[in-house]
Design a protein around this ligand. Sequence first.
Ligand code: M6R
Length: 465
Amino acid sequence: IVGNNDFLTEDYPVMRRYLVVESDDDMDEIAGKIKGLDEEKIFKEYEKFRAKYSRKTKKIAEEFLGLNVENYREVEYDKLLTVLVPVYNTEKYFKEYKKSKKGIEIKKDILELDILNKKIDKGNFEHFMIKEIYDEPLVLKKILDTYTLDNKIIISENLINDLKESKSITILGCGTSYHAGLIGKYVIESLVKKRVNVYLASEFNNVTLLDENTTYLFLSQSGETIDLKLAYNLIKDKSRIYTFSNVLTSSLCMLSKESFDLCGDIEISVASTKAYVSEVTLLIMLAYKLSNLDKEFIDNIYICINSINKTLKNTSLIKDLAFKIKDYSSLFYLGKGIDHFINLESSLKLKEVSYIHSEALYSGELKHGSIALLSKDSFVIGLLSSLKNKSSFMNNIKEVDARESKYFLVSTSCNDSDFIFDCPNEYFSPICISSFYQLLSYYTALYKGLDIDKPRNLAKSCTVE
Ligand code: M6R
């Protein structure tokens, strides 16, 4: 059972949640087991029982709900259940829960989750991160199954009407989800010709000029990110907030007008991979829907699935590159237009799991300062997915070459590339090429012997500021 409630305090004005795991053991059997035992043995049995439920509760919190258990305190109640409550307001939550058990109506939702039956394992993979990258074609298929029918994109009319009627669209997210938002902006503005503002949720309180007639799209894999919850509180007209998340029972989904499944199921690895692909895909889907290009979107997703599968089938080149870059202390990702937004995410992924510093730079901006950093000890990864940028991008690469920096080129068609990937058009390149960059980060971290699924200093869900 997951409860949401709105004990808003001045210092922490956000929705908080608690988790209760009830015992499904047969109490008569347990009573039979302890009958006749001396007090010490009864105590030991009880401790075993308690530990089992504590493990179960934490597993659900971490693996299924993406909560960081460090921010939660465990409380036990009647020996039959354990409760995880946020470290803030512990007593208050627990009292409310007890009251609700006695049938007193309190202001909160209680949701029963059928999640213990879901199978979560790494399969034949060594880590969740790589398993989740290999899940990406399946996620795309699930998106098509969920949101399309007979060559049409089927998604909430409320959402489509709000998007059509509002003057602009405002996307909020953090980290990887923010990067997905930037891609959404590029594609929606190019195709739909409607203004899209993308904000980092953690900086939303510093935005000085907000559109009034706007529809908000919140992107959050976990649906629990504190920065988004705080941003939510700053939005005056909450009637047009929609959330895209993997956890439809999460706080942000509860707070929104409507919420949409990212179709990525549970993501366990701290580094978000498949959720990014699905956030990007859903935003592109909205752009195509608003442009009445439903069939084109569907056809293109099939091309993306084949493209990703091709990358996943032969990873020797990626492994070689990972082996080369693992000893660099810093790396540069160069690109223009949409490629720059893809690079921002590739760079974050590399930092996060391999602890190598990296930066995504607009290639045309090199000459305005950053080129001073390049030398024969630098490594550059260039991305070119649109021919319109070819000539200026290649000129920038010549500059890199002239500094004797090592470089590796990724493109959709350029003959000089080290890796060529299939892609229907530049809008779909974030979907097609992400697995390449995610695997690059993965193998680099693997060769460095790092804790890939749980990188240092990071938690899957950022529930404190
Ligand atoms: O659950 P969210 O999508 O709201 O999380 C946002 C970021 O914390 C998250 O994307 C983070 O950047 C990832 N760990 C990056 O891989």
